[in-house]
Design a protein. Structure first.
Length: 562
């Protein structure tokens, strides 16, 4: 029962795995594929969105700077502006500029040598200073453009700032004008641009210095500055470095050598769950769970149906074996009748003789010794008949399968030397025995094993209607025991060898065989883990070989019948 339970558990596992691979695995692969596609589209959509924000903010910043350059250009090109503007004029000009944008901090006019002629702003000490050696002033004088937008620097005031300077187009007024721009004002302006709440925007110069007040903490903490390639001027990519992994987009400005970086501040896009659609996952999980439950139920149903079919087959096989036994009884009828008639004849003869001796008319009585002699003869005849009927009942009765360790030689001799030996003697059949010594025991049901041997010997007898030789041999065969039953009978035709073990196949005449003996014997041997083969040549005889496994060493502790 334990072996059967393990078999069906293993069958359930194999069925479950097969159904999972057939139905669930493709669905899982399809789900993973769609999720990867969704993830890829989500990442690509996010990058395009970042790129759109970067392009929009860069265009707005370019417009902002262009307006500031235009404000300063209008001032320096004003024909009413004196060559050395007074402080009041400069202050009024700064106030007008600040009304346009509060990013302006101060304003100054310069001569050809870079000396500040007039100043308006919080750092009045800068008035009269010479900026002739400052990089921005040298760039302004040597540039083909009329304006210069500097990177952020400290300068004389020792505070981070950048400036916009414009060169005069005539020699009538001051040579140049410069305004200081507060970086915080730029940062505040950037926070008002479209999409600024979703991302962090930062300005970086081509030299790799930040031009914003609010800096990206991951990059700053990692000591890195992200400078995208100059071409193409607009793009999106994934940063992979010491600061981690995140999406970003960039756009280079037109008026200055700055790049606007737009960094994604949400969930990392490198993770598998990034951009995960909760509804998609919920629906997929529900479908997979429902399918898995269905597969488990289906596997259970398949195993139950298989178990029921096997049970029905086993019951039918038992009935078939029993029917074969009953059919074999018909073949035994003549021999059994002869065997029983002999002791009955002895009983009848002894009883009649005793009656005659005890008849008063004969005038003779029985002595106790004579009476005991006749009674012993009757007693022996009765027990002889009992042994014959017992063997017959044992062979016919349907019994439960009971495995045990059995000596093959003893089982074979019990069949060959039983009531078949007299029948073979009457049929002029010589019996040869070749039993190997020291054979290991086999694990088998004795009744079924006897039935197999009886069927093989009975078929051999039928194959030798005019007499012959029957040879029964046993041998050790590499972990198994072989039992060979050979005859010198008519043999089997080659075309019948392939079907000789099929049910209801018989080479005997009509009414002389059922065709079940070899089929049932084959099934019994297979159920014991063995093999049954036949070799035959027409007109020379046949040999049926049974091969049974020996009792394994691991089974020595089992409670089996000896």
């Amino acid at each position: 029962m334990g072996e059967a339970s393990r078999h069906y558990r293993q069958l359930w596992r194999h069925t479950l795995v097969r159904l999972l691979l057939t139905y669930l695995a493709p669905l899982l692969l399809l789900t993973a594929y769609f999720h990867l596609q969704f993830h890829s589209l989500s990442v690509e959509s996010r990058r395009r969105h970042l790129q759109s924000i970067a392009e929009n903010q860069a265009s707005t910043l370019d417009l902002f700077l262009r307006e500031r350059v235009g404000n300063l250009t209008n001032l320096i090109d004003d024909p009413r502006l004196p060559q050395r503007p007074p402080t009041e004029t400069t202050q009024e000009a700064l106030q007008r500029l600040q009304r346009d944008s509060n990013a302006f901090v101060d304003l100054g006019f310069f001569d050809q040598d870079g000396v500040m002629l007039s100043y308006a702003g919080p750092f009045s000490s800068l008035l009269g200073r010479s900026y002739g050696d400052e990089p921005w002033f040298r760039r302004l004088k040597g540039s083909s453009r009329r304006y210069v937008i500097t990177d952020m620097y400290l300068g004389f005031r020792q505070r981070p700032h950048f400036t916009i300077a414009v060169r005069s187009a005539t020699n009538a007024g001051p040579a140049a004008i410069r305004a200081t721009i507060d970086p915080e004002g730029i940062s505040q302006y950037m926070t008002t641009l479209r999409g600024s709440r979703e991302v962090q925007s930062v300005l970086v110069s081509a030299a790799g210095s930040y031009q914003s007040v609010e800096l990206p903490e991951p990059l700053v903490e990692a000591g890195e500055v992200l400078v995208p390639p100059r071409s193409p001027g607009l793009g999106a990519d994934v940063y992979r470095g010491r600061a981690g992994r995140f999406d970003y987009a960039y756009c280079w400005l037109d008026l200055t050598d700055w790049v606007l970086l737009v960094l994604w501040t949400g969930q990392e896009t490198g993770s598998f769950s990034a951009g995960l659609n909760v509804s998609f996952v919920a629906i997929s999980a529900s479908v997979i769970l429902a399918l898995f439950s269905t597969i488990v139920i289906r596997a259970t149903q398949v195993v139950r149906r298989r178990r029921a079919e096997d049970s029905a087959k086993e019951e039918l096989s038992d009935q078939l074996r029993h029917a074969a036994r009953l059919a074999s009884v018909g073949e035994l009828a003549a021999g059994v009748a002869h065997e029983i008639n002999n002791p009955l004849a002895v009983i009848a003869e002894e009883t009649g003789l005793m009656q005659d001796l005890m008849n008063p008319e004969l005038g003779r009585g029985l002595s106790p010794e004579e009476l005991n002699s006749h009674l012993r003869a009757i007693h022996e005849a009765v027990f002889r008949a009992r042994d014959i009927t017992r063997k017959l009942l044992t062979f016919v009765r349907k019994q439960e399968v009971t495995l045990g360790r059995h000596d093959v030689n003893e089982v074979v001799e019990g069949v060959v030397g039983g009531f078949l030996e007299r029948e073979m003697a009457i049929s002029n059949i010589e019996v040869g025995r070749r039993y190997a010594d020291g054979l290991p025991p086999v694990l088998a049901d004795r009744g079924q094993l006897e039935q197999v041997l009886f069927n093989l010997v009975a078929n051999a007898i039928d194959a030798m209607p005019d007499g012959g030789r029957l040879t029964v041999s046993t041998a050790n065969d590499d972990g198994a025991v072989k039992i060979a039953v050979s005859d010198t009978g008519v043999g089997i035709a080659p075309e019948q060898l392939e079907t000789v073990f099929m049910p209801f196949h018989t080479t005997k005449g009509v009414g002389k065989g059922t065709g079940l003996g070899l089929s049932v014997s084959y099934g019994i041997v297979k159920s014991h883990g063995g093999d049954l083969r036949v070799a035959s040549r027409l007109g020379e005889g046949s040999t049926f070989t049974v091969r049974l496994p020996v009792v394994p060493a691991s089974a020595t502790g089992l409670e089996l019948e000896e």
